[in-house]
Design a protein. Structure first.
Length: 414
């Protein structure tokens, strides 16, 4: 299926942001640590969540859906091999390593897949877990064994989100204390820690780059609210800037957005934000940004880089956008060229010369965030844009056509 978009309509109105993809996936994985039922409220209805639930079912969990609730019963869990078709379709499958080791002292995993956006090694995961007593074997399939899973002092050379999550989940039931230095500080890490503490874990330093996890005997059944998705929110906020619109988003707050809101202000948008609502008036926006780079939280997120490129393509003046996280996240440039964008790639930098408008074309998504950015490009383009590859976008957006339609966009999926 494809998205059909008639552009040049400013986004206006108010919508509630869906539950977080990057928040829900580690929470679902962490449910393996609970010998009982975990209830998550507000999990997004997206392809990656469905794939994670299938992985949990493979290792013995009972899954129940009740409207906006997902209940994971992990009373009976076995460290069995999951089908490659599941582990290869998304990178988040690697985060089962930590909780399976914590629960069963053994884990079997295929090599993780996901979007093709550059090298995404798992060496930080493996080296950190090895310091906790984990032994690895296998090539095509990872087999991890920890007869004596214990705490350790771990220093990350880079604040990897996935590796931080895996160490946290392995450490909560390990013997002794784990001190983690250089931990990632993304909101999803904070939410994972808060969930685990609610279930009985002992974690201090939450929200900082130094976490101390003291192993406990067991975790207990609990219920937890999945936070709003900051990347989905950023997508729609940048869509408002690109179309010079005025929107309000609920179920998302300024504390989760890092410097994204400051970036919107630099482009000329008026931003008001509270704990659970963000409003943007971009009717007079359109300023270029001389230089901006993607960074770990609270810096500008790599997951919004492609959407920002669309905004800067129709800004007044020239901009430089540097990608520092993934080296192959410029696949959106070629379809934007076809739509009339003036972008030159120089290593890891885009040099963007703003133009008045883009022109509608038939284009194809090749990854999740790049696909969403092409939808935004269709919103600002003259004429009709057709974006193929909905399967990529559905990995992270419940119904991007529904949300944008509620904000006034002329968009259909067929």
């Amino acid at each position: 299926m494809a998205y059909h978009i008639c552009g040049k309509v400013p986004l206006t109105g108010e919508i509630r942001v869906q539950g977080s993809k990057n928040g829900a996936l580690p929470l679902l994985a962490a449910a393996l640590l609970v010998e009982g039922r975990t209830t998550l409220i507000g999990c997004p209805d997206i392809a990656d969540v469905s794939a994670m639930l299938s992985l949990l079912a493979c290792v013995g969990c009972q899954i129940t859906r009740e409207k906006e609730r997902i209940i994971v019963d992990a009373c009976q869990v076995e460290p069995v091999s999951c089908p490659e078709a599941l582990t290869s379709c998304m990178r988040s499958s690697i985060m089962l390593l930590g909780p399976m080791l914590g629960r069963c002292k053994r884990a079997v995993s295929g090599r993780p897949g996901g979007c093709v956006i550059g090298a995404r090694p798992i060496d930080l995961h493996l080296s950190a877990l090895a310091q906790m007593g984990v032994c690895f074997e296998g090539q095509e399939e990872l087999i991890a064994v920890a007869d004596d899973l214990h705490g350790a002092t771990i220093h990350f050379p880079f604040p990897s989100v996935g590796a931080t999550e895996n160490v946290i989940m392995a450490a909560v039931l390990a013997k002794g204390t784990t001190c983690l230095y250089g931990a990632a500080k993304e909101p999803e890490i904070v939410q994972l820690c808060l969930f685990l503490v609610k279930a009985g874990a002992s974690i201090t330093g939450i929200g900082t780059d130094r976490l101390v996890i003291r192993g406990v005997e067991r975790l207990y059944e609990t219920e937890f609210q999945v936070p709003g998705d900051r990347i989905v929110a950023g997508t729609y906020l940048l869509g408002a800037v690109a179309t010079r619109g005025k929107i309000a988003l609920t179920h998302i707050g300024k504390q989760d957005m890092g410097n994204v809101l400051f970036t919107l202000q630099k482009m000329g948008a008026v931003v008001t934000a509270e704990e659970d609502v963000i409003c943007v008036d971009a009717s007079k926006a359109g300023c270029s940004i001389p230089y901006i780079r993607t960074e770990v939280f609270p810096g500008f997120p790599t997951d919004l880089q492609s959407m920002l490129a669309v905004c800067l393509s129709v800004a007044r003046g020239n901009s430089i956008l540097e990608e520092t996280i993934f080296e192959d996240r410029f696949k959106i440039v070629e379809p934007l060229w076809r739509m009339g964008a003036r972008i030159r790639i120089d290593g890891r930098r885009m040099q963007i010369i703003g133009t008045d408008t883009l022109c509608g074309r038939e284009v194809a998504a090749t990854d999740l965030r790049g696909g969403a950015a092409l939808v935004l490009a269709g919103l600002v383009a003259k004429g009709e844009t057709i974006v193929e590859g909905d399967r990529f976008i559905c990995r992270g957006y419940e119904a991007i056509e529904r949300d944008l339609g509620h904000l006034g966009a002329m968009i259909d999926k067929a």
